[in-house]
Design a protein around this ligand. Structure first.
Ligand SMILES: [Zn+2]
Length: 101
């Protein structure tokens, strides 16, 4: 778990969230990618784990705002489509494979 701690979180680009992890690894998440992988109960069926959100419905030019820390284990943000209920734990973000940019 120690490797799932961010050292630096950059949000200067509204279309992207960049995390530099304590172990030196870097992840760069396009906002639309995070929206498509939103783990909240509206986007993923809690019982079956089935993704309820059609990834095709998320515009790739989506942006994020109001990025906030949740406790010391997660991030929340508001997407430009108005969705804001996702809690992205650092462990979850670390497991996500952002698309090569
Ligand atoms: Zn969601």
């Amino acid at each position: 778990m120690s490797s799932a701690k961010p050292k630096v979180i950059r949000r200067s680009d509204p279309a992207r969230v960049e995390i530099e992890w304590e172990d030196g690894a870097r992840s760069s998440f396009p906002a639309a990618f995070l929206r498509r992988n939103c783990p909240c109960a509206q986007c993923v069926n809690e019982l079956t784990g089935e993704r309820m959100l059609d990834p095709e419905s998320v515009p790739s030019e989506l942006s994020q705002a109001d990025l906030n820390l949740v406790g010391n284990y997660a991030l929340s943000m508001r997407f430009s489509d108005g969705h804001h209920t996702g809690i992205f734990s650092f462990a979850y973000l670390r497991r996500l494979e952002p698309p090569a940019s």
